[in-house]
Design a protein around this ligand. Structure first.
Ligand code: ATP
Length: 463
């Protein structure tokens, strides 16, 4: 026997009792708990109370309806409750139009009735794995793969000359269809810049889809980006619309482009050059009209190294380059960020707006912020949660001084006198981050963790 279901909780919404019964029996193989409800109304409190790993949502409820309009409207409502929710649409009337519409509104996948059990299990398992990585990424504050329209936006703050330059570049590049490459260390706001570019573009009322190439496992990147046709490989039991196709008419944000495997780089180049995509296993390309924004934390010398990244692809991606400076080089932005995020979290947690002592303010202003704005934001969130009715002091921010030292200067972790698991974990995470100059992908690789799992640990240890 195996070790029991892999995932926790799934909600199935369908007005057909037989479907509910069949899916309950089947999905117990994957989930410890399967809730089945006959209407989306009943599902809303379940989604609110206990974020499910996957929601299966019927596309049509009204008798005789086949256009999926109702299902798509419920999809948006569900994603409004939890933007990271992973929803697989079910319909008896599959068609690529509905699949694309559902994906554009944020569905993860699409299965058609009647389904084969294996097909359904494969789709749902993939969806649940995606949710797991998305949840972890969100815990670390990193970008979920989700249409921009669904996620409430955060403004790109900062009045420093460095940020003024960034704002000006955004304003000039956004309305053109030029591809933009955003460079910067982790947590500097690359994803926010991408959203801002989309918001100010002529495609603003179209979809913006994200693919986090650092979070999708390498063997899934191909289908995630390009899609596949049924039978293209062993697990391809249905057609799958890739994100490039689903972003048609809108913006595709390729986060962590430095993680795109070399073998797939020519394929992306072809899409950009020929404006068409060929799903894995398909013999005819599909025309696509996308604007690509890519981001990476790779230092320029790595990016310009042909053994790492194809230069012809780089030239297609970086028609405009926006380089986001690290926070330590624009510390004058810190006061504005402090005020904004203290306010934001005070409202979110229903707490009074905390006061900062002069020493605390000075400590925040003098810190080198190796984790950039993300780390500052987390520090402020924690401070709001833990604040008492006296001004916050430097200790309340648990700032860890992390001098940026050359990788070669890092020694292997000391033989542990201290065997406390939590502290040892914290030390290893810290050392890996320092060793790799806070490059999350490299540090995660060294630790044998996904980026999302590393973010989770950074968050846990306040790093
Ligand atoms: N200029 C800014 N104004 C307000 N918030 C910001 C700014 N820059 C970053 N943030 C916040 O910091 C966090 C990290 O930003 P974002 O995800 O855009 O960074 P990133 O460079 O894409 O990070 P990574 O490379 O790790 O994915 C987010 O919560 C974002 O809202």
């Amino acid at each position: 026997m195996g070790s029991g279901p892999e995932f926790d909780y799934c909600v199935v919404i369908d007005d057909d009792d037989d479907i509910l019964m069949a899916s309950r029996l089947l999905l117990r193989r994957l989930f410890k708990d399967v809730a089945t409800v006959r209407s989306p109304d009943e599902a809303l409190p379940l989604v609110e109370a206990r974020a499910p790993d996957v929601v299966l949502l019927d596309a049509n409820f009204a008798r005789g309806a086949t256009d999926a309009a109702e299902g798509l409207a419920w999809l948006e409502k569900l994603l409004g409750i939890d933007p990271e929710l992973v929803v697989v649409m079910i319909t008896a009337h599959a068609g690529v139009q509905i699949a694309v519409a559902a994906m554009k509104r944020g569905a993860t996948d699409f299965v058609s009735k009647p389904w084969s059990n294996e097909k359904l299990l494969a789709s749902v398992r993939t969806a649940a794995s995606l949710r797991r990585s998305r949840k972890a990424a969100v815990a670390g504050g990193s970008a979920p793969a989700r249409p921009a329209a669904v996620v409430a936006g955060t403004a790109l703050l900062g009045g420093s000359p460095e940020m003024a330059r960034v704002h000006s570049l955004i304003a000039r590049a956004a309305p053109t269809d030029a591809n933009v490459l955003v460079l910067g260390e982790n947590g500097t706001g690359k994803e926010l810049v991408a959203r801002e570019l989309h918001r100010q573009s002529l495609r603003a009322d179209q979809v913006m889809l994200t693919v986090d190439l650092g979070a999708v496992s390498e063997d899934l990147i191909d289908s995630e980006l390009f899609g596949h046709v049924k039978g293209a490989f062993t697990d391809a039991r249905t057609d799958r619309v890739g994100r490039i196709q689903a972003a048609d008419g809108g913006t595709l944000f390729l986060d962590e482009i430095g993680n795109l495997p070399l073998r797939l780089q020519p394929k992306l180049l072809t899409v950009l050059e020929q404006r068409q995509v060929t799903p894995v296993g398909a013999n005819r390309p599909v025309p696509v009209n996308i604007r690509v924004i890519a981001a990476t934390n790779l230092p320029p010398e790595k990016l310009r190294d042909e053994s790492h990244f194809r230069q012809d692809l780089l030239f297609r991606l970086n028609t405009v380059e926006i380089d986001l400076p690290p926070l330590r080089d624009r510390l004058e932005d810190v006061p504005e960020l402090i005020d904004h995020y203290l306010d934001h979290y005070a409202k979110r947690y229903g707490r009074p707006h905390p006061q900062l002592s002069a020493a605390a303010r000075a400590a925040l202003l003098n810190h080198d912020w190796p984790g950039n704005v993300r780390a500052l934001r987390h520090a402020l969130e924690r401070a709001v949660i833990l604040a008492r009715d006296v001004p916050l002091e430097p200790e309340d921010f648990a700032l860890v001084s992390t001098p940026r030292i050359a990788p070669s200067a890092v020694v292997a972790p000391r033989a542990a006198d201290d065997l406390n698991l939590e502290r040892v974990e914290r030390r290893l995470v810290e050392e890996a981050l320092r060793k790799h100059g806070y490059n999350i992908s490299l540090a995660a690789h060294e630790l044998g963790l996904s980026r999302a799992a590393l973010y989770r640990r950074m968050e846990k240890h306040g790093l």
